[in-house]
Design a protein around this ligand. Structure first.
Ligand code: ATP
Length: 135
């Protein structure tokens, strides 16, 4: 059996996840990383993307918006702006957010507006992608 470690995911409203797991895949600023027990210590920022968690031999997936990750010898802590399980995601809301972001991106935008709209589009598309596996 794979060695396990503790994963804690904190979001502003609650402790989203706090359990012993076998593996985690997450998108950091340096690309996607796979974390197993004994991973070298690391602090990084995380991008909008799905997080995959292996627990009791099964993979779980959730939506994660930007945040920070700290990897220590036998624990991983993630502090995120938002995290949602697939069944918590309102698909119509994500589709509406996608449409709003695409509409915005058709206009002339300042650099900040452009980056905000790109991030909103990325959040919406990732939420929709995470819910697709529910079916
Ligand atoms: P929207 O424009 O629909 O608010 P957003 O990407 O700007 O989308 P966030 O800033 O990422 O939203 O999240 C704000 C809050 O709304 C968070 O608590 C998040 O969990 C919740 N949220 C956003 N979109 C959805 C969704 N499609 N389904 C469920 N909760 C959502």
């Amino acid at each position: 059996m794979a060695r396990s470690f503790h994963l804690e995911i904190l979001i502003p409203e609650r402790v989203f996840f706090s359990e012993t797991v076998e593996a985690v895949n997450v998108k950091t600023q340096d690309g996607e990383i796979g974390i197993l027990s004994g991973h070298m210590p690391l602090v990084s920022t995380i991008d909008i993307g799905p997080i995959k968690i292996k627990k009791d031999g099964k993979w779980l997936e959730a939506f994660l918006s930007g945040g920070y990750i700290e990897i220590l010898q036998d624990s991983v802590t993630i502090i995120a702006d938002t995290a949602e399980w697939p069944w918590e995601i309102d698909i119509n809301r994500a589709k509406a957010a996608e449409e709003r972001a695409r509409e915005k991106l058709r206009n002339r935008l300042s650099q900040v507006e452009y980056l905000q709209a790109q991030a909103a589009l990325q959040r919406a598309l990732t939420r929709l992608r995470v819910t697709r596996k529910l079916k």
